[in-house]
Design a protein around this ligand. Structure first.
Ligand SMILES: NC(=O)c1ccc[n+]([C@@H]2O[C@H](COP(=O)([O-])OP(=O)(O)OC[C@H]3O[C@@H](n4cnc5c(N)ncnc54)[C@H](OP(=O)(O)O)[C@@H]3O)[C@@H](O)[C@H]2O)c1
Length: 214
């Protein structure tokens, strides 16, 4: 799969490196420092490169991974995403990353879908701190995987989200249509509270399953 990373920070940088290490083609974009994008591409290996958001947007699947306040900027730099599969991990947070600015009757994921008519949008990776990705990836061949919920209104985008989650080592949990992001995004604040608001360290993950499979 060719994956374009729009936003190469904690989420996009780490996930992109692991996607590339798993054999996907990855292009890192959107940072104020070109050297950071180049370093990520070097670390990720031969199947990775750095580029502009417009170049990243040529990939089959786009990972959208920016702070909510940067959304319009990165999308305008990416250009048309008509026909593309867009997996967003963005959580619609305020500047202090402490409060949701969208909720109850709408979600960040739905707002993104409305901004991108003609794109196939899924939400995934919103509810797990980036600090755990490397451990989940290293344990991907082991039984007892961590869960990660995703949602989409589009079957192709849902499949892409599930494939990306599986690539990292998560057991993907299909939570249903994109509107379920209204519940996933507040849940992301719960996992963030466990990760950053306790003294146990940030490498939290969770597991959902029917009781007899846990
Ligand atoms: N971090 C987590 O554990 C976590 C977990 C779940 C969901 N999320 C969500 O995932 C999304 C991404 O989070 P993150 O932690 O990866 O964010 P981040 O580390 O701040 O990375 C955001 C990206 O946007 C770029 N950027 C910011 N301002 C820019 C500007 N003015 N011009 C160009 N590039 C700019 C950053 O580049 P620079 O290199 O210039 O900083 C970086 O590439 C957010 O919506 C967040 O709520 C995060």
């Amino acid at each position: 799969m060719k994956i374009g990373i729009l936003g190469s920070g904690l989420m996009g940088g780490k996930l992109g490196v692991l996607f590339a290490q798993a054999g996907h083609e990855v292009i890192f974009s959107y940072s104020r420092r070109q050297s950071k994008l180049d370093d990520l591409a070097r670390r990720a290996g031969q199947t990775a490169a750095s580029g502009t958001p417009a170049e990243a947007a040529r990939a089959d699947v786009i990972l959208l991974a920016v702070h909510w306040s940067r959304l319009d900027d990165v999308l305008s730099q990416a250009g048309s995403l008509v026909g593309k599969t867009v997996v967003t991990c963005c959580v619609p947070l305020d500047e202090t990353d402490s409060k949701l600015v969208v909720g109850h009757t709408d979600s960040g994921a739905e707002q993104i879908a409305r901004k991108l008519p003609g794109a196939k949008v899924a939400a995934a990776f919103q509810s797990t701190p980036s600090e755990v990705f490397a451990e989940v990836f290293d344990a991907r061949q082991h039984p007892g995987k961590a869960s990660c919920v995703y949602c989409s209104d589009d079957a192709d985008a849902g499949r892409a989200a599930a494939e990306l989650l599986t690539t990292i080592g998560f057991s993907p949990v299909n939570a249903g249509p994109l509107a379920i992001a209204r519940y996933i995004e507040p849940f992301a604040l719960l996992t963030a509270q466990l990760a950053y608001g306790t003294e146990d360290g940030p490498d939290w993950a969770y597991r959902f399953g029917k009781f007899n499979t846990l």
